[in-house]
Design a protein around this ligand. Sequence first.
Ligand code: AR6
Ligand code: MG
Length: 301
Amino acid sequence: MLRSKFIGCLVGSAVGDALGRSSEGLWFSEAKIERFSGRWTDDTHMMIGVAESLIATEGFDGSHMAQTFIKNYEREPWRGYASGPPRVFRWIKSGMAWNEASKRLFGGSGSYGNGAAMRVAPVGLFYHDDLEQLRAVVYGQSQITHSHELGKEGALLQAYAVALATNANPPFELDSSAFLKKLKGFTRNEVYKQKLERAWELLGETNRLRVVRELGNGVEAHNSVPTAIYSFLRNPNSFEACVLYAISLGGDTDTIGAMTGAISGAYHGVEAIPERWKSKLEGREYIEKLAGKLWGIKSRL
Ligand code: AR6
Ligand code: MG
């Protein structure tokens, strides 16, 4: 089952990205969702980089992961990367340290975009049973491109949500209240604590506009990570319903789809992801292979 959860998480993330890609920027666009080509964006491209590097070094090596991101980006720069990461890649290539370059972004405040969270699923899987390591590695992998506290804490919550989903045994163990309380207790940041509180209050809400108004659907980590966690907790019993709900909220749909898909896929395992999506997914075999290797190393260590 653990192996299926690892594969479900990475495939689920890529499927969510690819589903969201076809409706990015639109609002409440459920009608368009089934135009699923299976092609994914930078979210999955960078998630693959995280997995490749964790596998190659059997753990976290910041310099190696940064070089992996750069190598992948240079091969396929057209994946839809935002402005921050490519600039950091250039600075690292010109000699800046992997953990220093990102501090220069956005006038020296660092990025609070959701880029560190959208790719973090393999870290949540690999350290699902070691929360101290999980925190350290999440901050380390975030620092490569996202040094703003909100960018890092968003990635931490996303990784922890993946870990909690990996540790749960559906359909018995999902208590939304306990899930949100654990997340709230794990983050040190007030913005996220408040968002998670709102998520709890909104669980029965039928008005999507209100959900978006309160939790957000933007490219900022604090306006998308809580939304993804919420989308999962609203629809814990179905991968399909949960990812379609996430995407129906509009905004940064590929990333919110990817993060929701990672959590739900880790919870249910790969069998729960509809075959009509899996069969069209770009690079499915490679993503499954990476997840299998990650699981293999984990079981051996
Ligand atoms: N001040 C002002 N704006 C900011 C700041 C800041 N400190 N930090 C982030 N932004 P970026 P990402 C805004 O460029 O996080 C892809 O499409 C700013 O507008 O660091 O990797 C993915 O699919 C900036 O351009 O990249 C995701 O949807 C934006 O946040 C998304 O982009 C993104 O931050 C991930 O982007
Ligand atoms: Mg994207």
